[in-house]
Design a protein around this ligand. Sequence first.
Ligand SMILES: Nc1ncnc2c1ncn2[C@@H]1O[C@H](COP(=O)(O)OP(=O)(O)OP(=O)(O)O)[C@@H](O)[C@H]1O
Ligand SMILES: [Mg+2]
Length: 233
Amino acid sequence: MNVLSVENLSKTFTIHSLAGKQINGFRDVSFKVAEGESLALSGPSGTGKSSVLKCIYGTYLASTGVASYYSQRYGKVDLTRLSEYERIQLRLDEIGYVTQFLKIMPRVSTVDTVAEPLIRKGVSREKARKSARTILERLNIPCTHLDAFPVTFSGGEQQRVNIARAIIGKPYLLLLDEPTASLDEGSINIVIELLNEIRTQGTSMIMILHDKTILSALAETIYPMKRATNIPN
Ligand SMILES: Nc1ncnc2c1ncn2[C@@H]1O[C@H](COP(=O)(O)OP(=O)(O)OP(=O)(O)O)[C@@H](O)[C@H]1O
Ligand SMILES: [Mg+2]
């Protein structure tokens, strides 16, 4: 079964500070993602890979097209036309998004940062914190860091906390934008292992990865993004 079916999705940005000039983010993107499938968006810088993920997650409003998603809670919905309430619920329960950088919650410990999505899902605080510790230990976050605030962590440590937080609740659909960009080889291998584990448990993924080795270890399907010509004034 397809979890997501993207059809003729396009995004045009209107730059108000440039007298309404229009910039093409991407044009006519269509692909399907089955349950447990991982698809990679590939293509040169500026072809709209990140913007596609943002349209699916709802950070950007798509200009045309649909993104039909089979929600466990709502059934078939178009992710480009959700109500604010549905979007929040889906982000809490079903759709995860790993950006290149961790959005750090001030004065929340590493364990609590990672445990929070599980607690929101109704898992007891004690159980959620235990799962968070297990996953952080697997990602080689030093135990001295677990009760500290991640704000002072190195880029690679923050990125691993970011990944742990996104995968702990085993989302139904996971969007990953260059999740391994600031990681060393050892950490990359662990991330590959963890992502492949949740994939075999049914998580579908759309990812952006530049490294060919990581790409071949994680992605089953590759969707090539083409450069959209910009709109003349
Ligand atoms: N919020 C925005 N406002 C205006 N233009 C934008 C915005 N976001 C993206 N763009 C433009 O859309 C195009 C695609 O950008 P996007 O970041 O999606 O590319 P990308 O393929 O992810 O590139 P990279 O590989 O460098 O991350 C670029 O020309 C970019 O300048
Ligand atoms: Mg990008």
